[in-house]
Write a protein that binds this ligand. Sequence first.
Ligand code: SF4
Ligand SMILES: [Zn+2]
Length: 120
Amino acid sequence: MDTVTCSRCKQTVNSQAITCPFCRTQLKAYGHPGIPLYRARGDEFLCDTCTYHADDTCNYPKRPHAKECTLYQNLEERNLELQRQNQNKSVSVSVNNWIKRNQGLLLIFALLFICFLLSL
Ligand code: SF4
Ligand SMILES: [Zn+2]
């Protein structure tokens, strides 16, 4: 069994583990077969722009000088994605708030609609 060292608690864990069994840190560099291999361009290292380097959850031995990595996740793209998710969330929150504020009105409309149906 190959082992690696957890970046947070420094315990030895199975290299295939997705989370550290000791401190529950997600170990994203292992255990995800069959996904594309990212390659660094020129003198750059992938880790410099990688989410998992930024949040210190990568325990891949090539870090921080990975030229090729299957687990690379672009930090900027990830941030954009989070922003988009937050925008979507705030839209649905304001729709919910509007419904809450206008519950009485909606109830009246519903009643009127029922009266209208009954009168047919
Ligand atoms: S590019 Fe790969 S090795 Fe570097 S931090 Fe990201 S996941 Fe880890
Ligand atoms: Zn750990």
